[in-house]
Design a protein around this ligand. Structure first.
Ligand SMILES: *[C@@H]1O[C@H](CO)[C@@H](O)[C@H](O)[C@H]1NC(C)=O
Ligand SMILES: *[C@@H]1O[C@H](CO)[C@@H](O)[C@H](O)[C@H]1NC(C)=O
Ligand SMILES: *[C@@H]1O[C@H](CO)[C@@H](O)[C@H](O)[C@H]1NC(C)=O
Ligand SMILES: *[C@@H]1O[C@H](CO)[C@@H](O)[C@H](O)[C@H]1NC(C)=O
Ligand SMILES: *[C@@H]1O[C@H](CO)[C@@H](O)[C@H](O)[C@H]1NC(C)=O
Length: 486
């Protein structure tokens, strides 16, 4: 039978659609965390385009910044907005909570607006190291926000949840098995009440699980147990063989929920990932190994022994953030699957097939000039060198210089140059920032080494890219120049 022209065209259209959909055939339920604690930020539109180019459908934010949210307009990407811990107390006032919802959720709730799906109330507010600071505010804030969402008529589609650290549950010392999981003693009652409230509102439990931190925090931790390739000695629990800490951790939560009477509560993993610098175990090879285990499991809806099936997960994180606190460790600034400039760091296949492909990088990124600041080995007076290095590393990110990190193998001059350059770049290549009491000089040579990237910063949104710096300029120009660029 002959096809007429119409059906012939139809088949072509179907084929093309098939090809297009295959390109973005990403793991269902896969999201990313987009944190913005960076000295130089990519423009929100650039980042959102990058998400689209990679077929990423879900994003978790750490605030509800207007310019960020505007960039999501009309994209249909699912967004989780957030109330930072510091703002929780304010939400104890119901009127305030209602205003928050009005301004940061319902305002975007229209056709062609932003597809807001969750409000994260706080960020790991019960973390042990916070010593209970947010313990009293979190649950009332959660209630006020969900009630305000319900009152505004969006509660059916927008759910409030509290992204918690995995340290809110544990197994007892004597019986460290997933099946023995319970909520941590000091927050157990609170957790039970919160879970009950979220359950009534059909909101999911949200937890951050970090196999990297298990390894980082415990010198005796079996390395293979942090990954998914089955190399670890299994831990047996009621006939289940656990071969990775992610499953064991997740199922500890499932058991804790069950013990609290909410064994079927949906769980989303708010953060999971592996850093690439700042620690001996934080490197590209380990990150590749981790994601090559994680992504196919997501694609196959493997789930965990106690919760087989699809698990929604948000990778942590999208971009490196060079202004994050390093209190938890130097790795904290290197969680990105993309570098600071939106370029992919390593091969990664979001469809879970482990093909040797790279993510699509940010497009049309504007960089500062190709120039670097380096230590001047001819400097005569080096007595102030340490002071200057300390200064540079206080205001810029020197974590790649640390033990086990990408720049640890340089000589002293290389160390000095790294610190001077990263400060100079952080200061938008302001020439004043490459002096260091005569210890530094400008260079047009890329002084990177094979493992250590001496970066050239991106031009911040809103900052004009300077094309040339006048060699001689009048005092007035100079002072104006300083006025505008410092
Ligand atoms: C909306 O969110 C932004 C960013 O997180 C916050 O600064 C602002 O206070 C919120 N608006 C209201 C009315 O609470
Ligand atoms: C929590 O307590 C410890 C030990 O007393 C202290 O070192 C730390 O600074 C406290 N943290 C906060 C956030 O209060
Ligand atoms: C939380 O409330 C309890 C009981 O009212 C009080 O004892 C405790 O000091 C409060 N904690 C904080 C951090 O405010
Ligand atoms: C370079 O700096 C790092 C980090 O500050 C330090 O551990 C290392 O010893 C330094 N190397 C030299 C040769 O000074
Ligand atoms: C500098 O060299 C490094 C290593 O060869 C390279 O990765 C980087 O892209 C270069 N930087 C610039 C701005 O060209």
């Amino acid at each position: 039978m002959w096809l007429n022209f119409g059906s012939f065209m139809m088949i072509w259209v179907l084929l093309i659609l098939l090809l297009l959909s295959d390109k973005n055939n990403n793991v269902e339920g896969l999201g990313v965390n987009w944190g913005t604690q960076a000295n130089h930020k990519l423009p929100p539109n650039t980042v959102v385009q990058m998400l689209k180019d990679n077929g990423i459908q879900k994003v978790k934010l750490f605030d509800a910044d207007e310019s960020t949210l505007s960039a999501f307009s009309g994209t249909n990407i699912e967004v989780m907005v957030a109330i930072p811990n510091g703002d929780l107390v304010a939400m104890l006032d119901y009127k305030r909570a209602r205003k928050w919802v009005e301004k940061n959720v319902t305002r975007y709730h229209f056709k062609g607006g932003v597809n807001i799906k969750y409000v994260a109330v706080g960020n790991e507010p019960f973390l042990k190291s916070y010593n209970g600071t947010f313990e009293n505010a979190t649950f009332p804030a959660l209630k006020n926000i969900q009630n305000a969402l319900n009152e505004a008529g969006v509660g059916d589609t927008v759910k409030a949840t509290v992204p918690l650290n995995a340290d809110v549950y544990e197994s007892p010392q004597g019986n460290p098995l997933p099946s023995a999981g319970r909520f941590r003693g000091d927050v157990a009652d609170l957790m039970t009440q919160m879970v009950q409230f979220m359950s009534q509102n059909n909101a999911p439990f949200s937890v951050n699980i970090y196999p990297f931190l298990s390894l980082y925090g415990n010198p005796g931790f079996p390395v293979d147990y942090a990954f998914f390739d089955g190399g670890a000695v299994p831990i047996a629990d009621n006939g289940i063989q656990y071969t990775n800490v992610f499953d064991a951790n997740f199922d500890t939560l499932v058991s804790a929920l069950k013990a609290a009477g909410f064994g079927d509560m949906p769980i989303i993993v708010g953060e999971v990932g592996w850093p690439t610098d700042g620690d001996i175990n934080a490197n590209v090879n380990n990150a590749i190994r981790f994601y090559r285990g994680l992504l196919p499991r997501l694609a196959a809806n493997t789930g965990t022994p106690l919760r087989p099936g699809n698990i929604d997960m948000y990778l942590f994180g999208l971009l490196d953030e060079d202004a994050k606190s390093v209190a938890p460790g130097s790795f904290e600034r290197h969680w990105g699957i993309f570098r600071y400039d939106g370029q992919p760091k390593f091969p990664m296949d979001l469809s879970g097939q482990n093909r040797d492909v790279y993510l699509v990088g940010a497009k049309n990124v504007k960089y500062l000039e190709k120039q670097w600041c380096e230590y001047n080995p001819n400097a005569k007076d080096t007595s102030k060198l340490m002071d200057n290095i300390n200064f540079a590393c206080t205001f810029a990110d020197c974590t790649p210089l640390g033990y086990g990190s990408s720049c640890q193998n340089m000589d002293t001059n290389g160390n000095n140059s790294y610190a001077f350059n990263v400060y100079f770049q952080t200061q938008n290549q302001n020439l004043e920032a490459c002096n260091f009491q005569g210890l530094a000089r400008l260079t047009m040579q890329n002084i990177s080494t094979p493992t250590c990237n001496f970066l050239v910063q991106i031009a911040s949104s809103g900052l004009r890219v300077r094309t040339a710096v006048p060699v001689a300029f009048s005092l007035i120009t100079a002072s104006l120049y300083l006025f505008f660029y410092i």
